[in-house]
Design a protein around this ligand. Structure first.
Ligand SMILES: NC(=O)c1ccc[n+]([C@@H]2O[C@H](COP(=O)([O-])OP(=O)(O)OC[C@H]3O[C@@H](n4cnc5c(N)ncnc54)[C@H](OP(=O)(O)O)[C@@H]3O)[C@@H](O)[C@H]2O)c1
Length: 272
């Protein structure tokens, strides 16, 4: 039976992973938090991915066979937490412990005319993508057997995700920025399964449908109590900071490995 450490257990994916482990009846699960302690029903320790002592304490507490790193930060600690944190974590794990590191479709520039496969070279165009690409490379060097999972826009969390909050705010959605949204519980299942199989290397786990931001927002709207017709969109402004435009991940390798599909948002949310 797996002893599991979920780093970033208070985040969107972290909480979905804890729900999935509860459903599977995995008893030995330790989660980490950083700023927000979770509820009392969760066995949790505070970890700061920039602080070796806190990482060592969490690893000692959980004595894990499997570590899933779902922690990241996009603020001024992005390079230290998102970029350097994963390798810092990896350095504390025994050779027998398997590491799953979460990554993003934003390691790609979005200029390719076909879906990205795992072997395509990374080409980040912004700081977040560069931090994630750095983390991937550092983890792959430190732990060549690690599982690195790249995913896309997440939705369907509890509490609601950034995507759902944006729909409620009615911001202007881009019509020329395309991603492959994935419901977070589908990702949690796949991440746990890839981790338990110790599936080595990079894997793409994203929704089956490529959708522009406005179309995705309109699918989410009825689930947020918002009329889709009220949502507005348009192209990315010419003076915007660099943003990847069309990042479609080909997830067929992970689907074959796991024997199930990662349904797209149109299928899971309806076709409004
Ligand atoms: N959300 C998306 O749409 C999306 C898309 C593509 C890829 N991803 C990737 O998926 C993974 C999970 O994302 P998410 O949306 O679940 O993240 P999230 O909800 O923002 O959660 C981030 C987690 O990181 C923890 N954290 C923050 N700073 C930390 C630090 N210095 N040390 C240790 N932990 C720290 C947070 O703890 P506290 O809450 O306690 O502060 C929280 O548990 C990330 O690797 C992300 O890059 C997400």
């Amino acid at each position: 039976m797996t002893r599991l450490l979920v780093v970033g257990g208070t985040g969107l994916l972290g909480r979905a992973l804890l729900r999935e482990t509860a459903t599977r009846g995995i008893p030995d699960v330790v989660a980490t938090h950083h700023s927000t302690p979770p509820g009392r029903d969760v066995r949790s320790v505070r970890v700061d991915l920039t602080d070796d002592e806190s990482i060592a304490a969490a690893v000692a507490e959980a004595s894990p066979d499997l570590v899933i790193n779902a922690a990241y930060a996009k603020n001024d600690t992005m390079d230290a937490v998102t970029g350097a944190g994963p390798a810092r974590l990896a350095a504390h794990l025994s050779p027998a412990t398997h590491l799953v590191q979460l990554s993003t479709d934003i390691v790609f520039d979005g200029d390719q005319r076909r879906p990205y496969v795992e072997t395509d070279p990374v080409s980040p165009v912004n700081d977040y993508g560069r931090a994630k690409a750095h983390a991937e490379a550092a983890v792959a060097t430190a732990r060549p057997d690690a599982t690195i999972v790249r995913t896309s826009l997440l939705y369907g969390g509890d509490p609601p995700t950034v995507q759902e909050a944006l729909v409620r705010q009615g911001v202007r959605f881009f019509t020329d920025e395309v991603r492959c949204p994935l419901r977070v519980d589908v990702l949690a299942r796949a991440v746990l399964d890839l981790g338990e199989k110790r599936a080595e290397g990079r894997w793409h786990v994203a929704g089956a449908e490529a959708l522009d931001r406005l179309s995705f927002a309109r699918l989410l709207a009825p689930h947020c109590g918002v009329d889709p017709a009220t949502l507005d969109g348009g192209p990315v402004p010419a003076d915007s900071a660099p943003r990847p435009r069309r990042v479609e991940l080909d997830s067929s390798a992970a689907e074959r490995e796991l024997g199930y599909a990662f349904p797209g948002a149109r299928r899971l949310l309806g076709t409004s």
